[in-house]
Design a binder for this molecule. Structure first.
Ligand SMILES: [Mn+2]
Length: 659
């Protein structure tokens, strides 16, 4: 029962709307666009603004023209549909029935929830309690981190002697929050602090000699690096020569040789016995703060800095398990009950609702704003906001971030369109396993974000390169499961420099070796990217009958938050459900419909799934859907914004795919 109109609606190219904030990451961070957003398939004209309503309301063509148009649309639809990314549905192997039953009874949750818990390694009452009620006692002893003793003693020594400290942070959320936190903390101990955040374009990532010189002129005799430094062998040497001791708080992978720092805190350092390896840079610095507080009787509680740790942990896309989950939970509670002026201002200026901030909002709304200033200019502007103690000043500083984020989005959009043209015109999408693009004009601040968006769209390891001072530099982003750092390592002889993580890395190539590198990288990806990682996967926790979605079920599911990598929102599959009512397209290509199971009916929304409209035929009874359960909150439009407004929440299915 598809008429031309519905085919047209269904065939509309779709993409993530430009209004949705795009997560932004720098070197060494995992971008979660692919995880949170939808792959948009291969749209031919993504910025098509032809409103479907316009076309329906005024068909300017009749007779022959009309047939031809419909044919064209049909061909277009066929081509486009064929090239849409297809997902693998991967159902988690079911746990033992006995285990499900006993955990379900012990924790007093419905069996499907017990199944999800078991999938995540939570198999006892104690573990479930720790999971649902993360608290301070789950934080590890900071002194388990190798080098902690030396770091603490050196800082206390600096305090006694009234030394000045140079704080050297990275320009992303992790680095700026970490610097803001350590700076406020050291100042509260009475130390003199200068923060230096390197300029992304002039100085690049990590410790720089010019920054060290600045610290020397300030009179610093101690340098603390936050979220960088683990590979800065020459720079640490240089600082030592100038008479600065160095303490490194980092979480990036060390190389074989370590810098000659006074103390190195990095859970990934070989031999470091710290039990959790997934901390972000700011969290490593927080462990230092915690350790100092344990040694100084009059120190303020380290808790007041957990808001910084929560923002960094969410933004840096580290796994939200173990200690990270506790840090984020406690930090978000703080942001939601007692936010500091800078964070409050940022929440207000970005249009979020204070008191309800989630990990997802940090990733998609707050983090891009903090990152924007470092992408387009001086990231110290973010530190100034984060450390600001006065509400009115904070509001003015937050405006700057808002403005720069708008600028960043514009550049990002233009770069993406250009990159996309290059892919469509120069690349053989069948034969090329990877994408390596270079344009001298691209803004170095956005190449990482654009690489992520290309991964989302074309689903293959992607490198975006630009030219800075005659050197070709850029960012690499990977697909799920493929270690792009290792891939770059295999092309090491073609590179000047590279560094980062499994999913995101930075690199520099000599300008006359780009083609050579492109071929080498493509060959490595062709050889080492297994077939099953070439299409995106939807991980499904458990099958579910729709009628099991009771208000209590939804309440328990919400307690799985904060959600993030390694702790995603639970995903269920329901088979043979009935389509109820009349499915329709809403917004920019989103699919809205209802599904029914006996007498139970529930709303469903599929973001960017408008092209699947013809699969949800009204009355169809054998629809298979994969979804998470979320609450849709309604505010009556006539009510003024404010917390006293009565709001209704209705559970709905957020559909990820359907068959
Ligand atoms: Mn980091």
């Amino acid at each position: 029962m598809r008429d031309a109109r519905q085919t047209l609606l269904g065939a509309r190219p779709h993409r993530r709307t430009s209004r949705l904030p795009i997560p932004t990451v720098g070197i060494g961070e995992r971008d979660e666009v692919a995880r949170f957003g939808r792959s948009s398939g291969r749209s031919l004209d993504p910025d098509r603004k032809v409103g479907t309503r316009e076309m329906i309301a005024s068909p300017p063509f009749g007779g022959k023209d009309r047939i031809r148009l419909i044919d064209l649309l049909w061909m277009f639809c066929f081509f486009w549909r064929r090239s849409t990314v297809v997902y693998r549905w991967n159902l988690h192997p079911p746990a033992e029935t006995d285990a499900i039953r006993s955990l379900s009874e012990e924790v007093n949750v419905p069996p499907p929830i017990a199944t999800v818990l078991l999938n995540r390694g939570i198999d006892s009452f104690e573990k479930a309690k720790a999971y649902f009620r993360p608290s301070h006692d789950l934080l590890h002893d900071p002194f388990l981190m190798d080098g902690m003793d030396r770091a603490v003693s050196r800082i206390l020594h600096a305090r006694e002697r009234g030394e000045s400290v140079l704080l050297f942070g990275d320009y992303d959320v992790d680095g700026t929050n970490g610097s803001a936190m350590v700076s406020l903390f050291l100042k509260s101990l009475g130390l003199n602090v200068l923060i230096h955040i390197p300029d992304r374009i002039q100085e690049g990532y990590g410790l720089s000699k010019s920054g060290i010189d600045r610290g020397k002129n300030f009179g610093a005799s101690l340098l603390i690096a936050v979220d960088c430094g683990i590979t800065a062998i020459d720079q640490v040497e240089y600082a030592n020569r100038l008479g600065l001791d160095v303490i490194i708080c980092d979480h990036h992978r060390p190389m074989e040789a370590l810098p000659s720092a006074h103390a190195i805190l990095d859970p990934l350092k070989p031999g470091c016995p710290y039990p959790f390896k997934g901390l972000c840079g700011c969290a490593v610095a927080y462990k230092l703060v915690q350790a100092i507080c344990a040694r100084v009787p009059d120190a303020p509680s380290p808790d007041e800095h957990l808001d910084f740790v929560a923002l960094s942990t969410c933004a840096d896309i580290v796994p939200l398990v173990d200690e990270n989950r506790t840090l984020v939970k406690l930090g978000l509670d703080r942001i939601n009950t007692n936010p500091r002026p800078g964070i409050k201002a940022l929440i207000n200026s970005s249009g979020l609702r204070a008191g309800k901030i989630t990990a997802g909002q940090v990733v998609f709304v707050i983090a891009p704003r903090i990152n924007a200033v470092g992408r387009l200019g001086d990231a110290t502007r973010a530190v100034n906001l984060l450390t600001c103690a006065v509400d009115t000043e904070a509001a003015a500083l937050a405006k700057i971030l808002e403005e720069e984020n708008r600028n960043r989005r514009k550049i990002d959009e233009e770069t993406f369109l250009k990159a996309q043209q290059l892919v469509e015109s120069c690349l053989d999408l069948e034969a090329d396993s990877a994408i390596v693009l270079h344009d001298e004009q691209w803004h170095p601040g956005v190449v990482g974000i654009v690489a992520s968006r290309l991964v989302e769209k074309y689903y293959r390891p992607t490198i975006m390169l630009t030219t800075v001072d005659g050197v070709v530099k850029g960012s690499a982003r990977s697909v799920d499961g493929f270690d792009i750092y290792e891939a770059l390592k295999r092309c090491e002889d073609k590179l000047i420099q590279f560094g980062g993580h499994k999913y995101a890395a930075g690199l520099a190539v000599a300008s006359d070796r780009v083609d050579e590198f492109r071929q080498a990288f493509n060959a490595v990806v062709r050889e080492f990217l297994p077939e099953d990682l070439r299409t995106p996967e939807i991980k499904i926790d458990a099958p579910l009958e729709l009628r099991e979605i009771t208000p209590r079920f939804v309440r328990i599911l919400n307690q799985f938050a904060p959600f993030g990598p390694k702790n995603p929102r639970p995903v269920f599959v329901s088979r043979n459900v009935e389509v109820a009512g009349s499915p329709r397209i809403v917004g920019k290509g989103h699919l809205r419909f209802k599904v029914r199971d006996g007498a139970f009916t529930i709303d469903a929304i599929g973001f960017n799934l408008g092209h699947l409209l013809d699969r949800v035929e009204p009355g169809r009874k054998d629809l298979d859907i994969v979804y998470s359960v979320e609450e849709n909150e309604w505010t009556r439009p006539s009510d003024p914004a404010g917390d006293a407004v009565p709001r209704e929440t209705v559970p709905q299915l957020k559909v990820k795919d359907l068959k």
